[in-house]
Design a protein. Structure first.
Length: 301
């Protein structure tokens, strides 16, 4: 877990670690105009729920908890379920362990869930994911009531998408410009580290996140290199999973292959970052050394 914690602090989380910036971000995403004196209490869980690079911020604004998952390059339809698990743990953190068993009503902050998407695949400006879409309904259960629901608001923050919303928060707007520059440079053929370094220089010169990037330029380069390298590594495993599924000739086989590949990839990446020998990792996860070397080649080791 030590390696995971090293790169849990992403560029996005670093940008929005200040309570005032979180309030500005919330106002932009929700269209609210809560005043500067609004109470903000950070309630992010210290451990990792999703995986090594999918990070989250949880905070309480007066009577509302907002969970923001940092930029997601792919959107999982299981986000509502994952956030249900997450919000339960946040409520445990915010309340006394015995409070839920008392007779009098315990007042709790109202939850809200927002995911910010900046992947390359086409995605609408806004989408709502619902926990109820995952239910295996039985005809006899329809109309009985008592259904648990959880809605996740997914917002596309790529350049040119939701511009009015993004423009209401200076740091979010700067983040979109910065990551857009990195993507443009990598797509033009530049190596990742060089693309990030050039984007940092460009933004400082243009006054985009200039103070933040001047102060944290080396950390930003390291964090973003790690985040995007892991993304590349996962693509290797996605292809492997698809090939495995095609060989089985079954749709479910493809799904299982994807699940296995993504689960093992996260574990292998952690092991590589902790400098474990390739042969040890190969034996532990029953994966060829050549495949592990493919993953290692795209990591900033």
């Amino acid at each position: 877990m030590s390696a995971n914690r090293e790169y849990k602090n992403s560029v996005f989380i670093s940008l929005f670690s200040d309570k005032g910036d979180l309030l500005s971000l919330y106002n932009a995403l929700s269209g609210s105009s809560l005043p500067p004196e609004t109470q903000v209490r950070i309630a992010t869980l210290e451990d990792i729920l999703f995986n090594e690079r999918r990070n989250d911020i949880a905070f309480v604004l007066d009577d509302k908890i907002v969970i923001l998952i940092e930029h997601q390059s792919t959107i999982s339809e299981n986000l509502p379920l994952r956030l249900l698990i997450y919000i339960s743990r946040v409520y445990e953190k915010l309340t006394d362990s015995d409070a839920a068993y008392r007779r009098s009503l315990l007042k709790i902050p109202r939850p809200g869930f927002i995911v910010l998407y900046n992947g390359t695949a086409p995605y609408p400006d806004e989408m709502t994911l619902r926990l109820s879409d995952a239910y295996m309904e039985h005809p006899a259960d329809v109309g009985r009531g008592g259904m648990l629901e959880l809605e996740v608001r997914v917002l596309n923050i790529n350049r040119g998408r939701n511009e009015a919303m993004v423009g209401r928060c200076e740091k979010l707007s700067g983040y979109v410009v910065f990551t857009g520059k990195v993507r443009a440079y990598t797509e033009s053929g530049m190596e990742l580290a060089a693309a990030i370094t050039r984007a940092v220089g460009d933004c400082i010169e243009e006054g985009v996140l200039a103070d933040f990037l001047r102060e944290h330029s080396s950390e930003v380069i390291n964090m973003l290199t790690t985040e995007w390298s892991i993304e590349r590594a996962e693509k290797v495993w996605k292809q492997e999973a698809l090939e495995e599924g095609m060989m089985m000739g079954m749709e479910r086989g493809m799904e299982r292959g994807m699940e296995r590949g993504m689960d093992i990839s996260a574990k292998i990446i952690s092991a590589l970052l902790m400098k474990e020998p390739v042969e040890v990792i190969s034996a532990r996860y029953n994966v060829s050394a050549d495949k592990i070397m493919e993953i290692k080649a795209v990591l900033p080791l």
